[in-house]
Design a protein around this ligand. Structure first.
Ligand code: PMP
Length: 443
């Protein structure tokens, strides 16, 4: 492809997909869509040209590889290792049912109205208290309750980024953050991750020249690699951020899910310059369906984000906020996390043992100390995007690693979740994956 770079091709592809001119199908690649039926030549109205109306910001959602992954995951005959969902059979449904019942009995009229945009005040205090478990807690008015930390990321991007701004991100990193930053018109500065987290030395070399507006990091049990940033790198990153006056967004959904090794304090607990904006969520330690997350940071930022949130959704579901408050206040979340910390390492180890059994020589994985994911590398130049249809055909879904790389690298990598499948399904899922890799290698 002389003179045409990959980005141009990808952008052209996206344009065609946005116009509905091409459609991607698992295992069939990309095809040209059928005739538009737009009434051309019939004198009939042509209808609304939707493809031409969408803003550029909406274009980032149109990753065909991801859409294919999600379609496969949703199939009833598929064991999905592609999501980041905690084990549904461990959801504390009886306790939640009792709390919702109590909430409606005791405060139904209040909880079915609006509540303050910043969050239900007792929940803000309880979340600050929860954070006291690993470092000095913020004051309750430094906590903003959001509808999942995805909304937190969105609000941060809207409040802090202008089109063209640069955001330093780990590579690979959380896909939802890549999408949020891109939708805000930001450009990404990828900093590679190794077993000790973000390679902070590389950021030190670049920062003065490139001047990122934000540094986004997942220091603990990173999504997707499972890597945890060493204490030494945490200190170096904070010193760099303070010296260069660049805020650090610490995204920490997984920190409480440690199975091995000694805890390392979050960046926010080590920060003495007020550089860190901390984000977390109940989605991984409880369940995602309540859509409750939070941001803790400096007051001026929290106030500005609350104004932004008012525009987006006025407030976060008060009934769910009450239930989460009561769950925290009665010590039930601490007990629940303890149960997860018993159950999840068994599933992780079952997955790693199954990989040894069924994928030896074809897939190499690290053993994460916590979180929800095993990160793998395929042998022999195999590409995860080609594995996706092979695996789908055999009834297993994986998340291709290139989707998590801002620059599309990492074609031989993939992410496997060990919490959504039941323990007894893990061996079967990995056996299917092994067959799929072997088929791909033989083809
Ligand atoms: N950040 C990271 C790193 C995540 O992995 C996720 C969920 N996959 C989120 C944020 C968003 O979580 P939620 O909106 O459900 O709180």
């Amino acid at each position: 492809m002389l003179g045409v770079n990959r980005t141009t091709v990808v952008n052209a592809y996206r344009e065609l997909a946005a116009e509905g001119l091409i459609v991607g199908h698992v295992g069939r690649g990309t095809i040209v869509a059928g005739a538009a039926g737009d009434g051309a030549g019939t004198g009939e109205p042509r209808g609304i040209p939707w493809g031409q109306l969408f803003t550029e910001a909406t274009d980032v959602m149109n990753d065909p590889l991801l859409r294919d992954t999600m379609l496969v995951s949703a199939r009833a005959d598929v064991i999905s290792l592609a999501t980041g969902i905690p084990s549904p059979e461990l959801y504390p449904i009886d306790a939640i049912r009792a709390l919702l019942d109590e909430a409606l009995h005791t405060a139904g009229q209040e909880l079915l109205q609006h509540c303050p945009t910043e969050g239900y005040p007792p929940l803000r205090a309880a979340l600050a208290d929860w954070m006291a478990g690993n470092g000095p807690p913020p004051e309750p008015d430094q906590v903003l309750v959001v509808a999942g930390s995805q909304q937190g990321l969105y609000l941060l991007a809207r409040a802090l980024l202008e089109p063209g701004d640069l955001v330093a991100v780990e590579s690979p990193t959380y896909l939802g953050a890549i999408q949020v930053f891109r939708a805000a018109g930001a450009r990404l500065l990828p900093i590679p991750v190794d077993a000790d987290g973000m390679r902070v030395g590389l950021l030190e070399d670049l920062i003065a020249r490139r001047r990122p507006k934000l540094i986004y990091t997942l220091p603990t049990f990173q999504n997707p690699t499972g890597a945890t940033m060493s204490l030494e790198r945490r200190h170096r990153l904070l010193a760099l951020a303070a010296r260069e006056q660049v805020p650090v967004v610490e995204d920490d959904p997984y920190g409480a899910l440690r199975y091995d090794g000694r805890p390392i304090p979050p960046l926010r607990a080590l920060d003495s310059h007020g550089s860190v904006i901390y984000l977390s969520t109940l989605s991984k330690v409880l369940f995602p369906g309540f859509r409750i997350g939070w941001i803790a940071g400096p007051r001026p930022l929290i106030e500005r984000l609350a104004l932004m949130k008012q525009i987006v959704d006025l407030d976060t579901n008060p009934l769910a906020q009450w239930a989460v408050w009561a769950f925290l206040d009665r010590g039930l979340l601490a007990e629940h996390v303890e149960r997860l910390r018993q159950a999840y390492p068994r599933r992780r180890d079952a997955m790693l043992a199954a990989i040894e059994r069924h994928c030896a020589g074809m897939l190499t994985c690290e053993r994460p100390d916590g979180g929800l994911y095993v990160w793998g590398r395929l042998a022999d130049g195999l590409r995860a995007r080609d594995l996706l249809p092979e695996a789908a055909r055999r009834g297993v879904a994986i998340a291709p690693g290139s989707s998590f790389h801002p620059d599309g690298e990492g074609e031989n990598t993939l992410r496997l979740n060990f919490t959504l499948p039941r323990e007894e399904e893990i061996d079967l899922a990995i056996a299917r994956l092994g067959e799929a890799i072997a088929a791909l290698r033989g083809s």
